[in-house]
Each structure stands twice: as C-alpha cells, then as structure tokens.
Design a protein around this ligand. Structure first.
Ligand code: MN
Length: 240
C-alpha cells in the first residue's frame, strides 16, 4: 500500500524524522506519521527504529486498527495506536507526532499549565490538556500507549486541541500537514523552555485568546520558510 502513496509525501515524512531529531524533539524514541494521500483509512509511519536513521524503505503502511500492512511482517512502534486512534476521530488531522521532548515534561506532572508565551506558539490556545494514564489502567502501567483502548482514551483527552501532554511520558502534536505538525512540535518545546525561563522572573503575561488565534493564523501562512531551513540544517548535520 505504501507504493501507492505520493513519493513526495514519503520524502517529507523521512525529512521530518531527521528534522525532529536535529531540532531536539525526537531522540532515539518518538515517531511521526502522515495520513495516506490516497486512502484516509491508512497512514504511513516508520518501522520500529531510531528516527534519525529512517530512510524511504523504512516507511510502512498501517490501518486505523493499528495493524501494519506489510507482506514481510515488518512491525512498527508499540505506540502506533496514538496515531491510529487520533486519525480515526480527527478527520482534520493529517499528521501526528509523539515525542518525549524534554522541556514539556514538567508541565505534565505539576499542574502548571502550558500556555502560549510568545507569538510563535499561539496555536497552543488557552488549554493544553494532560492525559493521565492512571485514569485508564491504574498506577502500575509502563505508561506506554500500547493498545487501541489507551489510544482511544488519549484521543478523547486531546479532543479538538493541537497538543496534549502525557503525564510523566511526553506529548502528542497534531496538524493538517507534515509541515504544520513539525512546526508545532518544535515550537511547543520552545514554548515550554521559555515558560520555564520566565517563571522565576515574575508573573507571566500570556497571549490572549484573540492574540493566540491571530498569531496562529499568521504563522500557518509561513510554514515552508522554517521547513526549508530545518531540512537543510538536518542534512548538514549528517542526520540524513
Ligand atoms: Mn512514548
């Protein structure tokens, strides 16, 4: 099924893997997916491997039950259900990133809300929900979203938001395109760092809801500019 996907889409998915490592969002773990351009009931994602090493041939096709459609039995990530369950309930979403990007973790474990602190992260809006896995399976899990049921619970908490935090684990970002979701993942991490830097200095003035919306609309018109730079930087860092 992957062979029917637009090769440019697969190229962008491979580039996104490398960009997200180079920008500090992914490390040896985490993943990005994109909805299949010919069949909305399918999505593309790498097989289970470090994102920095992903090439075109490592991309596999998955259905919305989280089943990998591969004649050779190649498997993908244990947490692929994050992607399948979000694609199932969010027809507006065409790309999903799950990462453990570090600066965001404190906001999932303290009750301190992640909020838009600057104009580059207005897309966050007023509320970034936090998924508490204990509400699904109690306090003895390994925190991974390793089933359809857990993916469904996470997708419910995400609702219509662009980002949700996973307590003690990481976050999920969604977007209408690879470029948009990569932008969002990078600037969610940036926003978390800025909030942590500003907090000791005093009371923070966050973007208003109207400012958040206006800046998000503005930035969505310029997604290709940083994308080209991130892609070049990832290449020159030899991650491609
Ligand atoms: Mn994870």
């Amino acid at each position: 099924m992957i062979s029917t996907a637009n090769p440019d889409l697969i190229d962008d998915l491979v580039s996104a893997n490398h960009i997200l490592v180079n920008e500090g969002v992914l490390d040896g773990f985490g993943h990005i997916s994109v909805r299949h351009d010919k069949n909305p009931e399918l999505f593309l994602i790498a097989r289970s491997m470090a994102p920095a090493l992903v090439t075109h041939k490592d991309i596999v096709c998955c259905n919305l039950e989280g089943k990998v459609l591969d004649p050779d039995g190649v498997t993908s990530y244990v947490e692929r259900f994050i992607h399948s369950e979000i694609f199932k309930v969010r027809p507006d979403v065409n790309s999903v990133i799950h990462s453990h990007s570090p600066a965001i973790i404190p906001f999932g474990v303290t009750g301190e809300r992640l909020r838009p602190i600057c104009h580059m992260s207005g897309f966050l809006g007023a509320t970034t929900p936090v998924y508490e896995i204990r509400n699904s399976v109690g306090d003895n899990s390994d925190l991974l979203i390793r089933s359809q049921s857990l993916g469904r619970d996470l997708a419910t908490v995400l609702g219509n938001h662009p980002v949700a935090l996973l307590r003690g684990h990481g976050n999920v970002c969604v977007g209408t395109s690879i470029k948009q979701v990569v932008y969002r993942a990078i600037y969610t991490e940036n926003n978390a760092k800025l909030q942590l830097q500003a907090r000791p200095l005093g009371e923070i003035t966050y973007l208003s809801d109207a400012e958040a919306q206006a800046t998000a609309e503005m930035n969505d018109q310029h997604l290709d500019r940083p994308w080209q730079m991130w892609k070049r930087n990832a290449k020159s860092a030899n991650t491609i």
